[in-house]
Write a protein that binds this ligand. Sequence first.
Ligand code: SAM
Length: 293
Amino acid sequence: MAEKRWIAETLFDDLGFRMSYQVDKVLYEMQTEHQHLVLFEHPFFGKMLMLDGATQITKRDEFIYQEMMSHVPLFAHGQAREVLIIGGGDCGIAEEVLKHKSVKRLTQVEIDAAVIEFSKEHFPEFTKPVFADKRFESVIEDGMKYVARTERRFDAIIVDSTDPQGPGKVLFSQKFYAACKRCMNKGAVLVTQNGVPMFQPNELASSVAKFRRLFADGACYVAAIPTYIGGHMAMGWASDDRRLRQTPVKALAARYRKAGAFSTRYWTPEVHAAAFALPRFIADVVAKARPRR
Ligand code: SAM
């Protein structure tokens, strides 16, 4: 019997830590113009996508991240019509955003066409409904360039990026956040994939400090995603409307009913509100995130 192949997540090599996954079958592996991409079948997690050695999505637990990156900003805002996703190649978040009938147009700006092309083949459960929805527009471009040039204005920007390495690095810069602010409507909200504070506290502190230089409210919320190894995952939060982050459960529940109370497997009005209650060690990282003068 041939030795099983194992693929390691190398994102935390600097911490002397790797997580390895047994490979039942490699479905797709290539060096795209931007990054190394491997999609494989895992006996427990199902289809798993890795980009440059970092886990992006697994069939088993994708719903947690996709729901928390979409329903938290959209139900906090309450009437988002224009939404922008930066990254998001697998279209999992796009599928969740389009469940909100208040959304009139969803623009997704993904740098790597290869991620979209193979997601059409391997994640049709996301890509089919998304590309069939007339509200959806896919742009292949560096998100930094797009937010710097677009004339469009958005009520919510969701940065579903890779980690701050390779093409994703620029999406954690002050320049990028300032360009996002430029194309946000009054009362809009920006949320970001901001890593695992246990292993990447500086990444979170740096983003929150930059948010606080640009917005009235810079913070984060958390969710537990099994394959984003290291405990809580942080999602960055930035808005000029401080009330959005405090939206009460009652208001969230009413908006959810009005939106048709579509099925979710992680997000609930109560989980939404609780996600902003940070464990002390994460609250301390955020509290210290003061913009350098
Ligand atoms: N859920 C994943 C996570 O938390 O790491 C992210 C999912 S999605 C696959 C990340 C996407 O960001 C990838 O498709 C990648 O190509 C895209 N991306 C990276 N840098 C980008 C940039 N500068 N502009 C637009 N998209 C970018």
